[in-house]
Design a protein around this ligand. Structure first.
Ligand code: SF4
Ligand code: ZN
Length: 268
């Protein structure tokens, strides 16, 4: 996933997974003098939650002597996630959850900040749990093209689109937590206030129950997907990316999903 001379932007949210990833990559990077690390954090603007996570992320970066860059929804999109959610509630017409907006806007923000710091790749701390939840969610939504695209390392398909690597994709969440506890690493323990509204939460409970009863379920789902993916990839021809007519970021259509979402919300 990672090359000996990569400049890696580690996406650090402040939670146990991303902070553990930052500590582990910092340790590994010592062996590779040509590689470098930089931490990047997206501040979605979630009051009472993200503020503490930002402090924890910054403290860990200082301790590890890692350069840290923060990009916020407010500065990038003019609206924080809290403001978007308030607007959604006032309008009362939208069926999408806060996570649906957050995911799209954060992916774009992460790509922009990683490019700004001249990274070659973005490393995210998606664990085996996250990956298996995403696989099942895509199946439940019938979204096969996304199932094909959700690889542990993405290919660089556009000069403005950073390849993303998920070094923890086969590591259960319990183990990243265990690592953080054993190494006495400080991380944010409270969950995001919007997390319970997402379908992902139901999937998490389902998979955890299955894993408890039938150990190895999560690995089986992940490995099955790895074997099936090449066949699914063949079903979709690679879409050519172009520039969003509003923001210039890579997109398959005329306008990127983030711009489209914000337009529907605030300019409709
Ligand atoms: Fe964003 Fe949802 Fe994650 Fe909260 S739980 S940070 S709203 S994706
Ligand atoms: Zn756009």
């Amino acid at each position: 996933m990672l090359e000996y001379d990569d400049r890696i932007a580690v996406a650090v949210s402040g939670g146990k997974d991303s902070i553990s990833l930052l500590h582990i990559l910092t340790k590994m990077e010592l062996e590779y003098p040509k590689a470098s690390l930089v931490a990047v954090t997206v501040d979605e603007g979630i009051e009472g939650y993200r503020d503490e996570a930002l402090r924890i992320a910054a403290r860990n970066c200082r301790k590890l002597n890692i350069e840290h860059h923060i990009i916020s929804f407010k500065e990038l999109y003019s609206y924080s996630l809290d403001e978007i959610v308030r607007h959604l509630k006032e309008e009362g017409r939208n069926k999408l959850t806060p996570c649906a907006y957050c995911g799209v806007l954060r992916r774009k923000a992460l790509n922009i900040v990683a490019r700004d710091v001249n990274a070659d790749k973005v490393a995210t701390a998606h664990t085996l749990d996250d990956e298996t939840q995403t696989i099942l969610l895509n199946i439940f939504h019938g979204d096969l093209s996304r199932l094909a695209r959700g690889k542990p390392i993405t290919d660089q398909v556009h000069p403005k689109l950073m390849p993303r690597a998920k070094p923890f994709c086969q590591i259960p969440e319990k183990e990243t937590a265990l690592y953080a506890y054993i190494r006495k690493i400080q991380f944010q323990g409270i969950p995001c206030p919007y997390a319970s509204e997402a379908m992902r939460n139901d999937m998490r409970l389902f998979l955890s129950r299955m894993e408890e009863k039938h150990a190895g379920t999560k690995f089986a789902v992940f490995k099955s997907m790895e074997r099936i993916r090449p066949a699914i990839e063949k079903m979709f021809k690679r879409e050519r990316l172009r520039k969003c007519i509003r923001c210039g970021e890579p997109t398959v259509g005329n306008i990127c999903r983030a711009c489209e979402m914000l337009l529907q919300l605030f300019d409709a």
